[in-house]
Design a protein around this ligand. Structure first.
Ligand SMILES: [Zn+2]
Ligand SMILES: [Zn+2]
Length: 329
């Protein structure tokens, strides 16, 4: 099969992903083989490829963890999925089912978690394997391209917004309205919160405005103060943005951070609550799929060919992507 393979980490401009033929993954008991129809391009892959998060778990590696496709083969002891099913995978590839996190519905924090595109090869390829218990049926009215981003940005945004506890009488700010942020804006609006979108890019702010957000240009702290931000969500990977969000948020507010960054000069006097948000749980993913199939939220997607992955990631790095890019093999 064709895949975009990472052999060694390097700057994305040096095109570190190579378009190659590699063997189709072999499935074990409880696993299914999926023909990939779309795979979202996530910023976390940029960090892995450029070695920013340390050495990848293994090399060569196929990254990609928001995947939509079709079951083409089932392993033994697969009972609920069959050939032809339209399915998706999220960043969590497998969990232990027995640690305190798994037993309390927080399997995204599992002590023995395995990650798609980390422990096992991911979706920048024609085929990928999935574990039945972490493979999701895609509702019939959602295309593969629209469904793929629901598994990472969709579920992560959903989780972050729930953590920030929006309400119709509150104002919530989303800092960074890229792939995840543009979905967070939609979930905040669903909860009835007045939603404020903060970004550098005019195009991204226009998109957020279409989803009902009040646009604020990056750095316009006066406007943020006027709006009165109860709670904030940060999806822009920058210490500066985290600081801006904390300064803009009222005393007693919540700041949910879903990206790498440092919280500097913490002021206990404000009684703010700072929370991290990793990826969605199974429950989050299922809720997001349901909301999307009802037409209440949706990912804004742009399609690219699989072999364009390097260029797409380079665009993402420069902040030039609006919504979510998906690779189609
Ligand atoms: Zn992702
Ligand atoms: Zn576990």
């Amino acid at each position: 099969m064709k895949a975009m393979v990472l052999h060694s980490t390097g700057n994305i401009d040096s095109r570190p992903l190579k378009y190659e033929d590699i063997p189709i993954p072999e499935i074990s008991d409880g696993e299914v083989l999926i023909k990939v129809h779309a795979c979202g391009v996530c910023r976390s892959q940029l960090h892995t490829i450029e070695g920013e998060w340390g050495a990848p778990m293994r090399l060569p590696l196929v990254v990609g963890h928001e995947i939509a496709g079709e079951v083409v083969k089932t392993g033994r002891r697969v009972s609920n999925l069959k050939i032809g099913d339209r399915v998706g995978l999220q960043p969590t590839y497998n969990t232990c089912n027995s640690c305190e996190y798994c037993l309390t519905g927080r399997e995204n924090l599992c002590d023995r978690i395995e990650r798609t595109g980390g422990h096992v090869d991911g979706g920048y390829a024609e085929y990928v394997k999935g574990v039945e218990q972490h493979t999701y049926l895609i509702p019939g009215n959602l295309s593969y391209q629209k469904a793929a981003p629901l598994f990472c940005p969709g579920a992560t945004a959903y989780r972050a917004v729930c953590m920030a506890e929006p309400a119709p009488y509150k104002t919530m700010a989303v800092f960074g309205v890229g792939g995840v942020g543009h979905m967070a804006v939609q979930f905040a609006r669903l909860h009835g919160a007045r939603t404020v979108a903060v970004d550098r890019s005019k195009k991204k702010l226009e998109l957020a405005e279409r989803f009902g957000a009040v646009p604020v240009e990056y750095g316009d702290t006066e406007k943020l103060a006027r709006l009165g931000i109860d709670d904030s969500i940060v999806f822009a990977p920058s210490d500066e943005v985290i600081a801006m969000a904390r300064n803009a948020t009222k005393k007693g507010g919540r700041i949910v951070i879903g990206v790498e960054g440092n919280v500097l000069d913490f002021d206990f006097r404000k009684e703010q609550r700072i929370m991290g948000c990793l990826v969605g749980t199974r429950n989050d993913v299922n809720n997001v799929l349901k909301l999307a199939s009802e037409g209440r939220i949706g990912a804004e997607v742009a399609e690219y060919r699989l072999e364009e992955a390097n260029e797409v990631l380079a665009k993402m790095k420069k902040g030039e992507l609006v919504g979510r890019a998906v690779l189609v093999p």
